[in-house]
Design a protein around this ligand. Structure first.
Ligand code: PMP
Length: 354
């Protein structure tokens, strides 16, 4: 830290993103990216947009918003596009949290929430998940805090029903409830259809996972007009050009090729079933995931040890050091070929340690 670093931020412990190592070619199952390339239309549109990079991008994402709203049945002022959904989540912490509206989220969830809270000097409560890593909905009813729920949750992949989300919305009418649906497309019911019923519901989603655009950085927030207007105030006070023109174009191509994303999601769901069944045969236990990752532990293998042994052999998965989940690893559901390499490598490690 330099002696010039503002006191506003010198308490910050920054978020640590998943590793993106360049030392060798890994079977990369650590950051929940899609194993499938972007849609061909996305690539074509992005290449066309590259020819006009001397110009600023459209701060309103007009074409992208129009095409997206057609697909989702929304009005244009009910959605805001952002630089990945992390950007939208940070905007939500900025816009809807303060001393009178402190944040609340589970103790085991997306690790960026406490960092955004600290960045924006927002007080927050981490509410313990139940022993089986599910949410006790009553903990959130009438809590009078700005609630952040990842649905399905990360890193467990466990979903929450829409009726439970509605209970939280109804009992916190003076606070915004943010439902982070980064992994919703792999088999969880979306709350987007509820934004016209609840004026305190904000839903965030991303093109990073189901739509194969993690490197393009495209996310969105959906909610009623006034919530989106508030987020726009934050966006236009920080970086109006937060979604670059190639990414906007890639987003349009992706939306126009929605069947491609749907087909990939169906393949991931099949591969998830295959991966979990094979892990079970090897003695692993896992949470019931509806995401594009599996959260698993083995009674005889140390979580960190397995992660390190796999990395040494060229397979990357994600291990978290937090006490409650340190026995587990989060494994992204890849292609069948990637999964077979993972399983073969785990078998080798198990034979060596037996
Ligand atoms: N929410 C959750 C639960 C996530 O795991 C991630 C991915 N790290 C994000 C949001 C943000 O993803 P992105 O910024 O790529 O849209």
């Amino acid at each position: 830290m330099s002696r010039f670093f503002s006191q506003k931020y010198n308490h910050l412990e920054a978020y640590t993103p998943g590793e993106q190592p360049k030392d060798m070619q890994y079977v990369k199952l650590n950051t929940n990216e899609s194993p499938f390339p972007p849609s061909e239309k996305a690539l074509k549109y992005a290449a066309q947009a590259a020819e006009r990079l001397q110009l600023y991008c459209d701060p309103d994402c007009t074409v992208l918003t129009r095409e997206f709203c057609k697909l989702y049945g929304l009005e244009k002022d009910e959605v805001l596009f952002t630089n990945g959904s992390d950007d939208a989540l940070n905007f939500a912490f900025m816009a809807f949290c303060d001393d009178d509206h402190p944040a609340a989220f589970p103790d085991i969830t997306y690790g960026f929430y406490p960092v955004f809270a600290a960045l924006n000097r927002v007080p927050y409560t981490e509410i313990p998940l139940k022993e089986d890593f599910t949410i006790n909905v009553d903990d959130y009813c009438g809590i009078n805090k700005t609630v952040f729920i990842a649905n399905p949750n990360a890193p467990t992949g466990i979903p929450l029903s829409l009726s439970d989300i509605e209970k939280i919305l109804k009992t916190n009418p003076d606070n915004v409830v943010i439902v982070d649906e980064a992994y919703v497309d792999f088999g969880t019911d979306s709350a987007v259809g509820l934004i016209h019923t609840y004026d305190n519901l904000l839903v965030t989603q991303t093109f990073s996972k189901s739509r194969s655009l993690a490197g393009g950085r495209l996310g969105m927030a959906m909610g009623n007009r006034s919530l989106i207007q508030d987020l726009n105030t934050i966006k236009y006070s920080t970086n109006p050009y937060n979604v670059n023109s190639m990414t906007q174009a890639a987003g349009v191509g992706t939306i126009l090729d929605d069947d491609y994303a749907k087909k990939n999601c169906a393949t991931i769901a099949e591969n998830r079933a295959y991966l979990t069944a094979e892990l079970e045969k090897l003695g692993f236990v896992h949470t019931p995931s509806t995401a594009n990752f599996v959260f698993a532990k083995h009674p005889e293998l140390d979580g960190g040890g397995l992660y390190a042994a796999l990395k040494e052999r060229g397979v990357l998965i994600r291990h978290f050091t937090k006490e409650r989940i340190k026995d587990y690893n989060r494994i992204t559901v890849g292609t069948k070929e990637q999964i077979d390499i993972l399983l073969k490598t785990i078998r080798e490690i198990m034979e060596e340690t037996a």
